[in-house]
Ligand binder design. Structure first.
Ligand SMILES: [Ca+2]
Ligand SMILES: [Ca+2]
Length: 685
């Protein structure tokens, strides 16, 4: 039967082939199932395979199922199958394990924090009256500032500018007695000039930080003028802090409500005849304190923030923040400090009732969330920085308060106390006072000078300017640079008659006035240092401008003038290790202050500065051999501008032995090494 069926099938095949007889070239496809027959493959009888090539027929005889099963059950083949199966899974798990090991052990990209712009910036503080005059009237202005953006961005590597107040003011406190916080003083230009400046800054990728002055206004502000008018239904009645005062024991007009003192000295209360009451001023009598407990005042202040945020500013520096709130118990006296100063001196009292009140920190968190409301899609972060002189207990709560986010930073004023006598240990204490108290995950700042403190070059000495700039640019945090400090500008020579900041009185002028640190920027050797094209300046130009100015310092070419070192350091600080690397103290003694900055898998850096009076031998590896390699390469050295002989002590690019080198007084070096060098060089030994 099987044979007959096969033959029938063959007949069919032949018929099919005959139809293709004319085509002699038979392809593989055509040889396929049409020419191969499995006969009785499913039956119990013997199975056959027939292949037809068109002329002859070839027949193969296969194994029966029984025969196949005999082989399959053979212990030898069973073992082979098991061995192959086990080998397969062993190999599979081995590859899986190898993959995991490779993933775990392979060098990974280091975690790179996603820093905000204000963490990467060098912030430059431009005091607008003194930076650059554009129209020859002897007073700096907005257009003058705009004309110097290339200088700031391309030469100094500055990416954020904080501008002191440009608002209309009464002129009693260098722009801080404001008559309208939502306008521009005509001395500086117009709102259109401001808009042009903002656009130009953003075009050059420079952020714009404005001053915000919420503690007080000018006495000439319409709010205060309205507030002076007696009357229960006066909207502005409670915009300021008014009080009847206390009955005078000897009769007559009431006396001040309490013993509070003004920062400038004397009572913090001034009597106003028209209202027959005292008003509070923590600063000058021309600067009445706003009543920030009043919800309407808070709304006015929020509206000022909104006004400038909508104009596109990138952040605010909040002036005099610690003074915002006072104790609600207005007749309480403040305790004495115990310091031996005159009774009308601000330092005579402890300011427990007029500074750092809990409500102040709360209000800052509210402003923080107001700013966050303008950070659409996380694309335009608005920065908030606080002016606050105080101890760590007082300043740190500005970072966050009652679990709410506060300012991005209170300005770290510790280095503004640097003076000639501050040696290595002293510098370490100033640095550690902040770094050791800052809440984890927060960001520091470093301020060497500002519009309220004498010039850093005058405080530490002109020969130490490069050293302190190196310190400021390499410590972890954002440097805030006061205009002119990049060329080591010194206190100006201003007489009382020439002065503008006279609120302290003639007797205290030399000590307290801030005119000395506000003299015009020294651009070049032209008349008035190139600050103005006019024939006078609002404060006299420092007489040292012929030698100390931007143009001459760049032209010097020695690589060690203040501005050249400044430029090298602002470039160097863009390195990952200097921007966000870990921070460790290294050698610290009475002369030397040194530290290491290291971001994983990036070149490491060490900063070593001699703040002492004598040449000092340094072994940076003495206690840190696992952290610091034997050799490092000099990236920046501060060699003294006034002593070119020292400029040859270390050359940029030179390799030095970090286990043994010498530093002269005022000399500092920034050295670098490759990631892993400290381990490689250890193994070489
Ligand atoms: Ca001008
Ligand atoms: Ca206040």
């Amino acid at each position: 039967m099987a044979d007959e069926k096969a033959r029938e099938a063959m007949g069919d095949e032949k018929t099919a082939l005959n139809e293709k007889e004319q085509d002699q070239s038979v392809t593989m496809d055509e040889l396929d199932s049409s020419k191969i027959k499995f006969i009785n493959a499913n039956g119990d009888a013997e199975a056959k395979v027939q292949i037809s090539d068109g002329e002859d027929e070839v027949e193969f005889v296969g194994l029966t199922k029984d025969e196949l099963m005999r082989y399959a059950d053979d212990p030898y083949w069973v073992r082979v199958r098991w061995v192959l199966l086990i080998l397969f899974w062993v190999a599979w798990f081995a590859m899986l394990a190898a993959a995991i090991v490779i993933i775990v052990l392979a060098p990974r990209c280091p975690p790179r924090p996603n820093l905000e712009w204000w963490q990467k910036s060098v912030v430059y503080q431009a005091y607008p009256k003194s930076f650059k005059d554009s129209n020859g009237d002897g007073v700096g202005d907005i257009k003058g500032l705009e004309s110097k953006l290339d200088y700031l961005r391309d030469q100094l590597n500055v990416t954020a500018v904080w501008i002191n107040p440009i608002y209309p003011s009464g002129g009693a406190d260098g722009g801080y007695d404001i008559t309208d916080m939502s306008a521009v003083d005509s001395t500086f230009g117009t709102l259109e000039d401001f808009e042009s400046l903002r656009v130009a800054m953003h075009k050059k990728d420079i952020k714009l930080i404005m001053d915000f002055v919420p503690n007080h206004t000018s006495r000439n502000h319409t709010w205060f003028q309205q507030s002076r008018i007696p009357g229960e239904d006066n909207k502005y009645r409670d915009y300021y802090v008014w009080h009847d005062g206390k009955p005078n024991p000897s009769g007559g007009r009431n006396v001040e409500p309490n013993n509070w003192l003004s920062v400038m000295g004397g009572s913090a209360w001034t009597f106003d005849e028209s209202r027959n009451q005292y008003y509070l001023h923590q600063f000058l009598p021309e600067q009445p304190d706003l009543n920030v407990r009043n919800a309407e005042v808070q709304e006015e202040l929020a509206n000022i923030l909104r006004f400038w945020l909508e104009k596109g500013v990138d952040g605010f520096r909040i002036d005099a923040a610690p003074h915002l709130f006072e104790s609600a118990n207005i007749t309480d006296n403040e305790p004495r400090s115990g310091l031996s100063v005159a009774a009308d001196n601000y330092d005579f009292l402890d300011h427990t009732l007029t500074t750092f009140q809990p409500e102040t920190y709360d209000l800052i968190t509210e402003w923080r969330s107001l700013l966050d409301g303008y950070n659409k899609d996380n694309e335009k972060y608005r920065f908030l920085v606080i002016e606050a002189y105080g101890d760590a207990n007082q300043t740190m709560p500005f970072y966050s308060y009652n679990g709410k986010k506060g300012a991005d930073m209170p300005l770290n004023m510790n280095l503004i106390n640097l003076d000639k006598d501050c040696n290595g240990n002293c510098v370490r204490d100033l640095v550690h006072n902040w770094m050791g108290n800052m809440p984890s995950g927060k960001w520091s700042s470093w301020v060497l000078g500002n519009h309220d403190r004498h010039r850093v070059a005058s405080r530490v000495g002109e020969d130490k300017v490069n050293a302190v700039t190196m310190l400021q640019m390499t410590l972890p945090g954002t440097p805030f640079v006061y205009y002119g400090d990049e060329i080591g500008m010194t206190n100006g020579n201003v007489t009382y008659e020439q002065g503008q900041d006279k609120g302290w009185g003639q007797a205290h002028y030399a000590e307290k006035s801030r005119d000395f640190e506000r003299t015009p920027m020294q651009w070049n050797t032209d008349d008035f240092a190139g600050f103005t094209s006019g024939d006078s300046t609002w404060l006299p130009v420092n007489s040292n401008y012929k030698s100390r100015n931007v143009k001459s310092q760049f032209a010097d070419g020695s690589g060690v003038t203040n501005i050249e070192v400044f430029q090298q350091l602002t470039l160097a600080r863009q390195e990952p290790s200097l921007q966000w690397g870990e921070f460790h103290y290294a050698v610290v003694d009475e002369n030397i202050f040194s530290f290491v900055r290291q971001a994983e898998r990036f070149p490491g850096f060490a900063v070593i500065i001699n703040f002492g009076e004598s040449e000092t031998h340094v072994d940076l590896r003495k206690d840190h051999s696992g952290m610091i390699p034997r050799q490092g390469k000099v990236v920046v050295h501060t060699a003294n501008f006034d002593d070119h002989a020292r400029a040859t002590e270390y050359d940029v690019g030179e390799t030095i032995n970090l286990g043994s080198f010498n530093l002269h007084p005022t000399e500092g070096i920034l050295v670098t090494w490759n990631w892993g060098d400290e381990k490689l060089q250890e193994a070489d030994q």
